[in-house]
Design a binder for this molecule. Structure first.
Ligand SMILES: Cc1cc2nc3c(=O)[nH]c(=O)nc-3n(C[C@H](O)[C@H](O)[C@H](O)COP(=O)(O)OP(=O)(O)OC[C@H]3O[C@@H](n4cnc5c(N)ncnc54)[C@H](O)[C@@H]3O)c2cc1C
Length: 479
């Protein structure tokens, strides 16, 4: 008989036993044996036999439930999407779960993600979806196969929230916000018996291997047989994930890639003039194309929308190529991107329009009436071209479709949407358990993968949380 660990009562979790109903006809000693085999604890087996003799099967299971909770709940550190999904997978299977988080409340970054519209996943075909994880597609694929974008949508629906597909294929919850989803989810987890401990900042392990937590009441030590670390990356540290875990894991021999910004903005070399910054920072450049050659000599060309920031450029179009821009800057110190301000215009038409006699009209009026160039686009031309280039019709026309911009650095990781780097997959087994730290599982953004925006970040966080929960379950069952 395959053992199935289940919750044995509403709001309670943790009896690593078969369901009582499923035991009809099964000798108590049979499943006690199964329990002992999976619990790794002879004293529990003995205690269990004594209890069954004394109080009967059903109430013994209830008592074991508490015993299992007291002795070996799974410890999950990090109450973001990855940690909560691991908690859900475990508690569904009847395993007691304690979730610890440094912040006063859970899922803060998830809530922030919902501010601009929570893009939870993407509706494109699975193969295209997997390809978004680039060099890490091979290791993310099995996670997404276990908990696919479709399964994620079904999971949202089961929380009572509809989803819709936007025109670009991005999937959003109805209302676009994260708060109703998180509220419903936390309620369901609490009902299932998950215990939450906020204001518990994990600070590593002590000499005996206990997990150390800094709490308002002082240090608390937790001895855990199975732990899921879901601490996030290092972007937006004020929301909780600050990458402080890096040295603690490095000290335990875990192989890590440095955390670096992903989906970030970039600084222009020398910064913008005071004029451009004060008048145009925050303004969008709509439907432009951005091209560059990366450090490996590959050409990148993409169109979309970006924004002039205080120090450079940011926005969807920039995020989409930010990994290649970041790596190219790391390799060669800077990278020149070329902006096409008129990507829908054939060059000959642009040249003819610019060369058209403008009479007494100013250059700005001329370009606006002939080509629709105005506002921040005109300001960029004035910022980046010399007066001679602006006067030369051929050079100006050419620059409008290939405006060079020297980018010198990505914005700091604290400002990025996400981080790249983290625990390398080579340090993990197929259940996301650290090879060198048996019983310690890892999920979410603290793993070494990256993806563009478009719902791919949350999808992989949920899927890896699910896989880590499943892996922890197998470990707890001694499989
Ligand atoms: C502005 C913004 C918008 C975004 N929008 C989207 C979007 O629309 N779609 C999308 O797919 N992705 C989006 N993302 C990315 C997405 O939110 C993250 O990838 C995701 O939240 C990561 O999940 P996680 O569970 O791995 O980590 P996190 O969500 O960062 O959660 C980690 C948790 O661990 C806790 N923690 C950290 N260190 C400790 C410690 N030492 N002790 C105890 N607890 C600790 C933190 O407090 C936190 O609660 C956005 C991100 C940002 C910043």
């Amino acid at each position: 008989m395959a053992i199935q660990a289940v919750s044995v009562g509403k709001g309670r979790a943790g009896c690593l036993f078969p369901p009582v109903g499923a035991l009809a006809g099964t000798a108590a000693t049979d499943w006690l044996g199964i329990f002992a085999q999976h619990s790794h604890r002879r004293n529990q087996r003995d205690a269990g036999q004594a209890l069954i003799r004394q109080v009967g099967l059903k109430s013994a299971c209830g008592l074991f439930d508490n015993m299992e909770r007291n002795m070996s709940p799974v410890t999950i550190i990090g109450g973001g999407p990855a940690g909560l999904m691991a908690a859900e997978r475990l508690v569904q299977a009847g395993v007691a779960v304690d979730v610890y988080d440094a912040m006063p409340s859970l899922g803060r970054k998830f809530l922030l993600a919902g501010v601009g519209g929570l893009n939870i996943t993407h509706a494109e075909p699975f193969e295209a979806f997997v390809s978004r994880y680039g060099a890490r597609a091979g290791v993310i694929r099995p996670l997404l196969e276990k908990f696919s974008p479709d399964a994620l949508r079904a999971w949202v629906h089961a929380l009572g929230i509809e989803t819709f597909v936007g025109s670009s294929g991005r999937v959003f919850p109805a209302g676009m916000k994260a708060a109703p989803l998180l509220r419903a989810w936390l309620h369901r987890l609490r009902q299932a018996g998950v215990r939450f401990h906020v204001r518990h900042r994990w600070t590593g392990w002590d000499g005996s291997g206990a997990l150390r937590f800094a709490t308002p009441a002082g240090e608390r030590l937790v001895h855990a047989e199975a732990t899921v670390l879901a601490l996030g990356g290092a972007s937006w540290p004020k929301l909780g994930s600050d990458g402080a875990w890096v040295p603690w894991l490095t000290a335990r021999g875990v192989d890590l890639a440095p955390l670096v910004p992903a989906n970030s903005g970039f600084d222009v070399a020398g910064g913008w003039s005071a004029h451009l910054r004060s008048r145009f920072a925050g303004q969008p450049l709509k439907t432009v194309a951005l091209g560059f050659t990366d450090a490996a000599g590959r050409q990148h060309e993409r169109r979309g929308e970006l924004m002039v920031s205080d120090t450079g450029i940011e926005g969807g179009l920039v995020y989409a190529v930010s990994a290649a821009l970041r790596d190219t800057i790391a390799a060669q110190g800077a990278v020149t991107v070329r902006l096409d301000l008129l990507p829908d215009w054939p060059p000959a038409r642009v040249a003819a329009a610019v060369a058209h006699p403008r009479g007494a009209r100013s250059l700005s009026n001329h370009l606006q009436s002939r080509l629709g160039i105005r506002g921040v686009k005109m300001a960029l031309l004035r910022e980046l071209l010399t007066p001679d280039e602006l006067k030369d019709a051929a050079k100006l026309a050419q620059a409008m479709q290939s405006l060079p911009l020297l980018l010198s650095a990505p914005r700091p990781i604290a400002e990025a949407i996400s981080s790249a780097g983290g625990i390398r997959f080579e340090a993990l087994d197929q259940n996301l358990m650290l090879r060198d730290l048996p019983g310690v599982f890892v999920a979410g953004e603290m793993l070494d993968w990256e993806a563009p925006t478009g719902g791919y970040l949350l999808s992989a966080c949920f899927a890896s949380g699910y896989a880590a929960g499943q892996g922890t379950l197998a470990y707890a069952r001694g499989e």
